[in-house]
Design a protein around this ligand. Structure first.
Ligand SMILES: *Cc1c(COP(=O)(O)O)cnc(C)c1O
Length: 333
């Protein structure tokens, strides 16, 4: 089954493996479990992040189909769109981005990088989840292009395969470091990361709980989020010829940390970002990893992970957005 994964079209984009290192000072400050961090903020291309793992498979597919450009969409400060723009530039494909909001007066953070990578940006107002992609695709077809559509967050059975593969990488690192963690914790939003990890655990025979910290309101379109995760996991397993079937119960998503909503920075994120920065020199981001670490810190304080436990925090990237949220991060300083 592993070889089925190895035979899928894949475009090399990442410096692998990303580091897995201990966070001893943060563990001590929190009087909590042994903490390790998986540094997918260091995937390398275009300032890094988890979407690059998905893009290896998505662009592999786009290239094998002979497409000349890609289209995707997201929020104005989308990390996924920025990494897509970088990846497209790296392989010589055009890149079209459907971004939420109206054109701002100044460019910053991920949006600045989208521009530098040469992406064409379409401003889509309230549609921040790629709703306008089909229309852009139609126009590009009419102009004689052959676009490859990458859905919101790159979370389809092609892109999510990147996180199935990532678990094989993690397994080797855990064996090298001789650690057996009690959980992997990370930011969960469009689902490809979580669905891919769960399927990857089954493919690799790794019995390691996968805990997503929900960063957005808990649904995917008109589906409850867990239903979407089970669907996506089922599609991944069937592409790999695995016998597993997935139900909602297999997906642990903690939804109590969305505060003021997607992308709204609060004390939870500010504290987590500050602790990781001051005690480890590690940068988290305001929208995803700051919230996920804030959630993990809360679980530690509530006793879910005591000093006898070991937890891997999967850093999914997003740090370029720090600069766009400077005002929110400096509150109370
Ligand atoms: C997209 C993203 C996530 C969430 O990953 P999904 O596969 O969409 O659930 C987490 N962290 C960062 C920094 C992201 O950009």
């Amino acid at each position: 089954m592993k070889s089925k994964l190895d035979r899928l079209p894949r475009q090399d984009l990442i410096f692998l493996p990303t580091p897995l290192v201990a966070l001893e000072r943060l563990s001590a400050v929190l009087r909590g479990p042994r903490l390790f961090i998986k540094r997918d903020d260091l995937t390398g291309l275009g300032l890094g992040g988890n979407k690059t793992r998905k893009l290896e498979f998505l662009l592999g597919e786009a290239i094998s189909q002979g497409c000349d450009c890609v289209i995707t969409g997201g929020a104005m400060q989308s990390n996924h769109c920025r990494q897509t723009a970088a990846a497209a530039a790296a392989v010589g494909l055009g890149c079209h981005l459907a971004l939420g909001g109206e054109e701002p007066g100044s460019v910053n953070g991920n949006l600045l990088l989208d521009r530098l990578f040469g992406a064409v940006v379409y401003w889509c107002g309230p549609d921040r989840k790629g709703e306008r992609i089909p229309r852009i695709a139609q126009d590009l077809h009419a102009q004689g292009h052959k676009p490859y559509i990458i859905p919101y967050g790159g979370s389809d059975p092609v892109g999510a395969m990147g996180f199935v593969a990532a678990i094989g990488e993690l397994k080797e690192q855990l064996a090298c470091l001789e650690i057996e963690p009690d959980a992997v914790v990370f930011a969960s939003s469009s689902g490809g990361t979580q669905a891919g990890m769960v399927v990857g655990m089954d493919l690799c025979d790794l019995d390691l709980p996968v805990i997503g910290i929900g960063v957005d309101k808990g649904e995917a379109g008109d589906l409850p989020y867990e239903t979407w995760l089970a669907t996506l996991a089922g599609q991944l397993a069937s592409r790999l010829g695995m016998p597993e079937r997935y139900t909602e119960a297999r997906f642990d998503v903690r939804k109590g940390y969305v505060g003021g909503g997607y992308g709204v920075v609060g004390d939870l994120e500010r504290e987590a970002i500050s602790l990781a920065a001051r005690h480890e020199g590690v940068l988290l981001d305001p929208v995803y990893t700051g919230r996920a670490m804030g959630g993990l810190i809360d679980l530690i304080r509530k006793g879910e992970f005591d000093r006898t436990k070991t937890v891997v925090f999967w850093h999914t990237g997003g740090t370029p957005a720090l600069f766009a949220y400077a005002g929110d991060l400096m509150v109370g300083r």
